[in-house]
Design a binder for this molecule. Structure first.
Ligand code: MV4
Length: 510
């Protein structure tokens, strides 16, 4: 990777940093801190006292009971720990306090650096109508729609008629699909409005809505941006996150098959303009919808590091978390735009403790056996270990599995190989679901959009692939060992390799 300055001889950007998060992202940040020679301070809730982020940090402090509202969301407690521990800065990770404008304000008052954007940038982008207005003024294409949040129903009706159906009603107070309603015809507008307003009211305490032209079967493509304290803003190209379920991303990739080089450069340029509109500092993401004619429209900006940042790291070679920490310390970006190049292809599968056959219901529980894939081109970012209890209190993500290859095909084959190696005994997981998804002809040909799972998936569709042979084998072997140890007989050395299990199955079939 081309760097304008070397990092080897530099002194650490901070002496000690608090990580206000848990799970894989806390581990990810602690790793970056150690590489930079910065001490890490973990915080943890009661059930997390033996979590991986606590084990890996240099210091660790308890902050309360399991419920996030009483621990990881308690800005006051976390700032008190930062002060008591001598941390100079706080990294918020994603989720929890990462996009609350009042948190960086409170950090500033306490004399602590917030590793992220200004409270003004967070607030401006958090208000979806304000964000639309700001970026549109900066020359960024937005979906045709209202300039303001609409308080009266008659205004909404008039605007919807002007735009033309289908339209999308959206909550002004927040994103993520809450309070969103697709309206196909004028007759449905009144009841959709009522539903959207009441959902927005309960989710965001704000029942204002706005209207946009609905984009049918869009693709979700987002651009990674980075700003520093010296007015430099660059982008690190795109990620495609079209494979989602109920607004939860499931599989992401970079680059995207949906755009050509000219569109890619244009989206990057425009994303930088959007970030500049709020004098953005730190890592951010500009989300776009791309329609079937490959036109792109600004959707919203995420003012945090994202779960899927690692696929951008894989194709650009840039450590995004390290860069966050450096720019928060006031250092200029090491990279110029022309230094950023995409090489090869990366895919991420989010491995969850959930049951695809049972409406993807979270499946918490103790991880009895864990075999994590590795080898060429594979990265597994995880916050769990064998013996760890996946709790009901938090997101049931077990890990993010990332495969890099020189082409999309190689990355896909590598991911399938890694999924084949992955063994989790204990909680049910979505590993077999990922194998199924990657084997779909529409995935192979790059024909994906936000309706991919809804269109192709239903319970039972995985058939035999859903029966996870290595998992069954490992579970049997574990059971046999346990019986051997605790019972009267000798410890069993029951086979656990895949081919033996398959061979047995074949034999059973006769
Ligand atoms: C849209 C749209 C179609 N047209 N806006 C969903 C979450 C929220 N952040 C924006 N979303 C959408 N906005 C217009 N004008 C379709 C979606 C949408 C979607 C977007 C990205 C990824 C997955 C999605 C799934 C369903 C709907």
């Amino acid at each position: 990777m081309a760097t304008s300055r070397s990092e080897a001889s530099e002194k650490p950007p901070f002496r000690r940093v608090l990580v206000a998060n848990r799970g894989e992202i806390a581990v990810r940040v602690i790793r970056a801190l150690r590489e930079l020679g910065v001490e890490s301070v973990a915080v943890y809730s009661e059930p997390d006292r033996a979590a991986l982020h606590v084990r890996q940090a240099d210091h660790a402090y308890p902050i309360g009971p399991a419920a996030s509202a009483e621990s990881y969301l308690r800005a006051d407690k976390i700032i008190a720990v930062a002060k008591a521990s001598g941390a100079e800065a706080i990294h918020p990770g994603y989720g929890f306090l990462s996009e609350r404008a009042d948190f960086p304000r409170a950090c500033k008052e306490a004399g602590i650096v917030f590793i992220g954007p200004s409270p003004e940038a967070i607030a401006a982008m958090g208000d979806k109508v304000e964000a639309r207005r700001l970026v549109k003024k900066a020359g960024v294409p937005v979906v045709p729609g209202s300039e303001e949040a609409l308080a009266s129903d008659t205004e909404v009706e008039k605007l919807a008629r002007d735009i033309g159906f289908p339209v999308m009603l959206k909550a002004a107070g927040g994103g993520g699909g809450k309070g969103m309603r697709l309206v196909s015809q004028a007759e449905d507008l009144k009841s959709a409005l009522r539903a959207a307003r009441s959902e927005a009211k309960s989710a965001f305490g704000d029942d204002r809505v706005y209207v946009e032209k609905a984009i049918i079967r869009p693709r979700h493509i987002e651009v990674q941006v980075f700003g520093d304290a010296h007015g430099n803003v660059i982008h690190l190209y795109e990620r495609e996150c079209s494979i989602q379920r109920r607004h939860q991303k499931v599989i992401e990739e970079s680059p995207s098959r949906a755009i050509d080089q000219k569109t890619r450069e244009e989206m990057g340029r425009v994303a930088v303009q959007a970030a500049r509109a709020v004098q953005y500092q730190g890592a951010g993401t500009i989300e776009f919808l791309v329609d079937q004619d490959r036109r792109f429209y600004f959707l919203e900006m995420n003012t945090r590091i994202q779960v899927e940042h690692a696929i951008t790291e894989a194709v650009t070679g840039v450590d995004l978390v390290k860069t966050q920490i450096e720019v928060a310390a006031g250092r200029p970006l090491r990279l110029r735009q022309e230094d950023v190049v995409q090489r090869g292809w990366a895919i991420e599968c989010r491995i969850y403790a959930e049951d695809p056959e049972n409406n993807f219901l979270p499946a918490p529980g103790r991880i009895e056996v864990l075999r994590v894939p590795s080898g060429i081109g594979i990265r597994d970012d995880s916050g769990v270990y064998e013996g760890f209890e996946v709790s009901t209190f938090y997101d049931p993500m077990i890990s993010k599995l990332i495969a890099w290859g020189s082409t999309r095909e190689e990355a896909t084959q590598r991911m399938l190989r890694a999924l084949h190696e992955y063994v989790v005994v204990g909680p049910v997981t979505n590993i077999a679901f990922h194998r199924w998804a990657l084997e779909q002809p529409d995935f192979r040909s790059g024909n994906i959009d936000t309706g991919f799972i809804g269109r192709l998936w239903k319970p039972g569709v995985m058939g035999d692939a859903g029966a996870d042979l290595p998992v069954i084998g490992a579970a049997l072997a574990t059971l046999a060992r346990t019986v051997g140890k605790n019972g009267s007989g000798p410890a069993s050395d029951a086979p656990t390799s895949r081919w033996r299990q398959v061979a047995r199955r074949e034999a059973l079939r006769g």
